[in-house]
Design a protein around this ligand. Structure first.
Ligand code: GDP
Length: 441
């Protein structure tokens, strides 16, 4: 997931606190130093990091845990709340007819994001159309047209036309039956007055419900000033941060934007259309800390076209630690897409993820492994799928022969199944953290 290093450092810090037999000033000081190091490495602003440390220190000294809560859990609650505060407020795109204008500099992922948004709205059942108003980059026209073919969004553009207002005005009639209109606009190398002028004029003509800045996470803390200038100049309503995969600076971009008060709506986590997530500070932090995230799990399930009921049922089973190989089979069959798999595994409680389970996060290997595992599960009887504990060496031999795989493959599958179950149990055991995640504390 995005911010892997920050994630593992914070998880380690949380583990240290949970495992310490007492909490005193020194333990807190060391914890704060660990958190500072982790945040600064993830490019979070120095002042913000220091403010956060001060708040954690003050609260840890002055507040007492409520009855029934251990000091360890209470410290974690404080850290969780303060980390949440630097991620900003939650604010989502509405799933309703609307016009969205995308703005941003060259190469930030604006056109790709237009495609991701179209896929997102079409999946939610809303007809979607593109208006190609990027008049400065000729390739953007074709790129958007290809995306319209890939997603099923309607396309409107006028090749060679240099006036974006004219293009938009002509699109009105063409797209009059379309519920969500996504207006792609021109970029520049920097936020110069020409660009702001063009955006302002176009905005007046479009009168959009949302003006969203698309910005690349690799710019780090610079994302903050960019969002601020655009908010002041054009009335930005939200930000989409792209390329959250593959940069250590994502923490800088996220926290800097959050500090400007403009909400981060969505994040891009890869080049493919499905690599796109609604940004919810709570969900994001939950996954970062490996606390699992029931809501994210539901999102992924819905994306895989599983009914709410089925998703809820699967989730409850995973969380209860009662799920069997049959459920695992179900999940793998439905989530047999690497990116969905990754999100699913990011969503379930990973705590101390055992080696076997973390291999599932290797996307390249995931698809191959899912293929192999489904064949193995296909060779098991209902009784075995429902009661994995009866699978002994003899069954393993039969299944491996029946599925044309190695006995070791069958053993690995069982190992991963047990690891998943173990993780689910850990989540179940930590009541305080679970409640915290649900905002009940
Ligand atoms: P634009 O100039 O802002 O319209 O940028 P494009 O949409 O053409 O994207 C520029 C490059 O960034 C392309 O190679 C995209 O595939 C890539 N890109 C866009 N979003 C993401 C993302 O979330 N992750 C990664 N890794 N690449 C992305």
């Amino acid at each position: 997931m995005a911010l892997d290093n920050l994630s593992s450092s914070l998880r380690e810090t949380f583990r240290k606190i949970t495992g310490s037999s007492y909490i005193d000033k020194n333990v807190i000081k060391e914890m704060i130093r660990d958190i500072q190091r982790a945040l600064l490495k993830a490019d979070v602003n120095v002042k913000l990091t220091l403010d956060l440390s001060r708040k954690i220190e003050e609260r840890s000294e002055n507040e007492k845990p409520p009855a029934g809560m251990t000091p360890q859990d209470y410290i974690l609650k404080i850290v969780y709340e303060e980390l949440l505060a630097i991620l900003g407020k939650s604010s989502n795109l509405k799933i309703q007819p609307q016009t969205i204008m995308l703005v941003g500099l060259y190469g930030q992922g604006k056109t790709t994001t237009a495609g991701k948004l179209a896929r997102f709205f079409i999946k939610k059942g809303l007809s979607t159309g593109f208006v190609a108003c990027d008049v400065h980059r000729p390739a953007a026209f074709e790129q958007l047209r290809t995306l319209s073919e890939q997603t099923g969004a309607k396309f409107f553009g006028i090749k060679g036309e240099k006036n974006p207002v004219k293009i938009f005005n002509q699109s009105i009639e063409e797209l009059k039956d379309i519920q969500v209109k996504i207006v792609d606009t021109s970029g520049r190398d920097s936020l110069d007055s020409d660009l702001l002028d063009e955006i302002t004029k176009l905005k007046k003509a479009v009168n959009p419900d949302e003006v969203l800045l698309v910005i690349d996470a690799t710019v780090g803390q610079q994302a903050g000033p960019q969002a601020k200038s655009l908010m002041d100049a054009t009335g930005l309503t939200g930000v989409i941060i792209t390329k959250m995969d593959g940069t250590g600076k994502a923490g800088g971009a996220l926290s800097a934007v959050a500090q400007t008060g403009v909400p981060v709506y969505m994040i891009g986590t890869g080049e493919h259309l499905e690599d796109f997530e609604i940004f919810s500070p709570k969900k994001f932090l939950g996954r970062l800390l490996g606390m699992g995230d029931p809501e994210a799990l539901l999102d992924v399930a819905q994306e895989a076209d599983i009914s709410d009921e089925k998703a809820e049922e699967t989730m409850t089973k995973i969380m209860s630690g009662k799920f069997n190989l049959m459920d695992m089979y179900d999940i793998w069959e439905k989530f047999a897409k690497p990116s969905l798999m990754k999100r699913l595994f990011d969503s379930i409680p990973v705590g101390k993820m055992p080696k076997g389970a973390s291999n599932m996060l290797d996307l390249d290997a995931a698809q191959e492994k899912i293929g192999k595992y489904t064949v193995i599960l296909d060779s098991m009887t209902y009784k075995e799928l429902e009661n994995p504990e009866i699978i002994n060496a003899k069954v393993i031999r039969r299944v491996s022969r029946g599925s044309g795989t190695q006995e070791q493959d069958v053993r690995n599958l069982l190992k991963e199944f047990r690891a998943m179950k173990e993780n689910a149990k850990m989540m179940k055991g930590n009541r305080a953290l679970k409640k915290m995640m649900r905002g009940q504390m």
